[in-house]
Design a protein around this ligand. Structure first.
Ligand SMILES: Cc1cc2nc3c(=O)[nH]c(=O)nc-3n(C[C@H](O)[C@H](O)[C@H](O)COP(=O)(O)OP(=O)(O)OC[C@H]3O[C@@H](n4cnc5c(N)ncnc54)[C@H](O)[C@@H]3O)c2cc1C
Length: 339
């Protein structure tokens, strides 16, 4: 079903639409947000859809990935209820000392105070899932809120991004905003979908890298033999290798998740994320070396993607994630390094 979704997404982007189309709205209106949930046999198809959007626009992907992740989370924690949801969802789970939401009330309905940082889609979204803390508890709760209500203040003044600018990942403050609990305390982090969704981000980075790599490949295909100098082909070769490696890791991770839907997917997710991060960096570097400054300065779509991708991959936790992967390498039962 959703191999077709990725193709239909690409068809939509290649169709006859104004440049300033509201793409997220169009994706939702065409039900191109209805992806297989992770771990149900269609994980790769889900990731192909994420990558297809990423190849087109990375800020849009941030919103689309958040929305589709929210639907998967809702289905995991309250089975059946995602099907009846409408509008665009956001997921705000970043935690920082200055961006911390608190919940008040013991029942399923709660009020919120405090704030959240990094709230992609706050301005355009309809609902959000956010992590928030009850006093004296050390596990976060997941709270579902409607964004169109008093008690929510969006502060976009601090958002100065150039890369990922239109993801508008702004600060949001709460003063008595109403929400309801989804799942139990800590379940947002402990559910299998946490790492399965985290691996989906790698598919977004991969799609972004494919978009940038395609500019070089297309340029070389369109140029005469004389312009296909060896150094450009060498860059394309390195890019090909990086994308093939990460593609293989992503396909393996998707298969593993489908075969082990209730297992801890942190190892395959960390591997996919770190590989996609490395691949994205290498693609940006090699395309730059082969093509020079020209596409960065004269090709608007390329320039935007090349500004967006380095910012988007900073959602990787870098050395922290390498250490987490090393930890898992030490504790894995089967020897992992055999063919
Ligand atoms: C464009 C964009 C959109 C975003 N949208 C959303 C969203 O919609 N929802 C959401 O929940 N979040 C969102 N985020 C936030 C993101 O998920 C991260 O929470 C945020 O970028 C902070 O990341 P961090 O914790 O790695 O960085 P920081 O905590 O600021 O750390 C800075 C750097 O130090 C490294 N570091 C930290 N601790 C260690 C350690 N022990 N060892 C080694 N290195 C360490 C980190 O890996 C990082 O590279 C968004 C981020 C970006 C860039």
């Amino acid at each position: 079903m959703s191999a077709a979704v990725a193709e239909r997404i690409t068809d939509l982007f290649n169709g006859d639409m104004p440049d300033d189309a509201n793409w997220l709205e169009l994706l939702l209106k065409n039900r191109l947000d209805q992806l297989p949930y992770p771990g149900r046999g269609g994980t790769l198809e889900r990731w192909k859809a994420l990558a297809a959007v990423a190849e087109f626009d990375l800020s849009l992907t941030k919103l689309y990935e958040g929305h589709t992740d929210a639907l998967a989370i809702i289905d995991e924690l309250a089975p059946g209820s995602a099907a009846t949801s409408s509008g665009a969802w956001c997921v705000w789970a970043a935690e920082s000392p200055k961006g911390r939401a608190l919940i008040h009330g013991n029942g399923s309905d709660v009020e919120l105070s405090g704030s959240k940082h990094w709230c992609s889609g706050a301005i355009t979204g309809d609902h959000a899932l956010l992590t928030a803390w009850a006093k004296d508890e050390d596990l976060p709760h997941l709270i579902s809120i409607d964004l169109d209500q008093p008690g929510i203040a969006i502060d976009s003044d601090k958002w100065k991004a150039v890369g990922m600018a239109s993801s508008m990942s702004v600060n949001v403050a709460f003063d008595g905003a109403k929400g309801s609990r989804l799942g139990k305390a800590g379940q947002y982090l402990s559910r299998p979908g946490f790492w399965q969704g985290g691996a989906g981000i790698a598919a977004c980075w991969y799609g972004g890298a494919v978009g940038i790599a395609t500019a070089l490949r297309k340029g070389l295909l369109e140029s005469s033999g004389d312009d296909q100098q060896g150094y450009k082909l060498a860059s394309l070769g390195k890019i090909d290798l990086a994308l093939e490696e990460t593609g293989a890791i992503l396909r393996h991770a998707a298969r593993w998740i489908d075969d082990h839907p209730f297992f801890d997917a942190s190892q395959v997710a960390l591997t996919a994320r770190l590989s996609a991060e490395k691949c994205a960096k290498s693609v940006i570097d090699e395309v730059g070396k082969a093509m020079g400054a020209t596409p960065f300065c004269l090709n608007e779509k390329f320039a935007k993607a090349a500004a967006d991708l380095p910012v988007f991959i900073r959602q990787s936790h870098a050395e922290k994630d390498f250490a987490a992967l090393g930890e898992r390498s030490l504790t894995r039962e089967a020897p992992a390094w055999s063919l």
